[in-house]
Ligand binder design. Structure first.
Ligand code: PLP
Length: 344
């Protein structure tokens, strides 16, 4: 077997959901967009539904259709992109709840599917999705008369607890929803950790469920083991890989593992990354190529069968740091060549 094994600990996933749920007064939803942050939305969704999650959030109606097939009729599935021009069939057949982002989307929804459930997304300053304050005040009474199931907004800077934007958006959200008797939601993972005033009726954690920052107390969910294809001796002064990017400073033993940038192991992490043989760190040497990575295993007693990129010794976020990005991008880049293996 040359393809790497991506092992996903569903018990850890559920513990992370429960830990975030314990922090919040209201309901705790689960964001499973982008195929459950790369880990497999159907399996992740089923595990969380079994653990008690009743509301899921996806980015697109297509993702909602896939998730519906996995979790069955019970849970609510909210769609962040709202009701787009070709979404009507999916929304109706899969029983999705679009989070309407504009007056245009609202008209489309009530015309195409009168009486069908919907939510509303408000823009409280991020300027990405949702109705602006002016637009909202113009349609607010009409919208409320149609009984939205949820009104939500999204924080731009929740991973920086001291950022003034947090309190600003909280105040804006309160002002825009003042006096309404509709369930409200403002917080993703970061907002959940900001404290109870950000929680309202529903929190919407994503990355924290999958073991990523800003949920520092998350238990790791992902283990990635890359099989070693070949190990060779390289004499002092010889080079390894494309562009002769690494020159052996001493006689070394170099392992070539299966996995590269085509699998989401971002090329830019190159020499800052480390693989592990058990507890022994093995620095990546030379360039990350499309399907292969080379690492210095000189310090490892016996030639290893595989090297670990993510797991006990290295989190999703430390890999992200080596690549100059965030854990979200590492997770959602995890390639389709990996065997996803789920442990309970
Ligand atoms: C992605 C997303 C979330 C989840 O965010 P995390 O930071 O992963 O917890 C919640 N709400 C919206 C609108 C999102 O786009």
């Amino acid at each position: 077997m040359t393809s790497a094994t991506l092992s996903i600990d569903l018990g850890a996933l559920v513990r992370n959901w429960q830990a975030l749920d314990a922090k919040s007064e209201g309901e705790t939803g689960a964001v499973v967009k982008a195929n459950g942050y790369g880990l497999g939305a159907p399996v992740v969704g089923r595990a969380l539904a079994r653990a008690g999650a009743r509301s899921f959030f996806v980015a697109t109606a297509e993702e909602g259709v896939t998730l519906r097939a996995a979790v069955g009729q019970g849970p609510e599935i909210y769609v962040f992109s709202g009701h787009m021009a070709n979404d009507t069939k999916a929304v109706r057949e899969a029983g999705l709840v679009p989070l309407l982002n504009s007056v245009d989307q609202m008209l489309r929804h009530v015309e195409a599917l009168p009486g069908a459930p919907f939510g509303i997304q408000l823009d409280t300053g991020m300027n990405r999705l949702g109705m602006e304050p002016g637009e909202w005040s113009a349609v607010r009474d009409i919208a409320i008369a149609q009984r939205p199931q949820l009104i939500m907004s999204h924080l731009a800077c929740a991973d920086e607890p001291d950022h003034l934007m947090n309190a600003h958006q909280l105040a804006e959200f309160r002002a825009m929803t003042d006096g309404l008797d509709v369930p409200l939601s403002l917080a993703a993972t970061g907002g959940t950790l900001l404290g109870p005033e950000y929680h309202f009726d529903m929190t919407r954690p994503g990355v924290g469920l999958y073991g990523g920052l800003p949920f520092v107390d998350a238990v790791p969910v992902v283990t990635l083991d890359l099989p070693v294809i070949q190990v060779r001796d390289v004499a002092k002064g010889e080079t390894v890989g494309y562009g002769n990017a690494w020159t052996a400073p001493r006689d070394a033993r170099i392992a070539t593992v299966s996995g590269g940038y085509a699998d989401g192991l971002i090329r830019a992490m190159g020499p800052k990354a480390t693989l592990f043989a058990g507890d022994v760190p093995c620095p990546v040497v030379g360039r990350v190529s499309m399907d292969l990575i080379t690492a210095d295993v000189t310090e490892v007693e016996r030639d290893p069968g595989y090297l670990q990129l993510m797991g006990r010794h290295q989190s999703v976020d430390s890999v992200a740091e080596a690549a100059g990005t965030i854990g979200y991008e590492i997770l959602t880049s995890l390639g389709l060549r990996y065997q996803r293996s789920y442990v309970e």
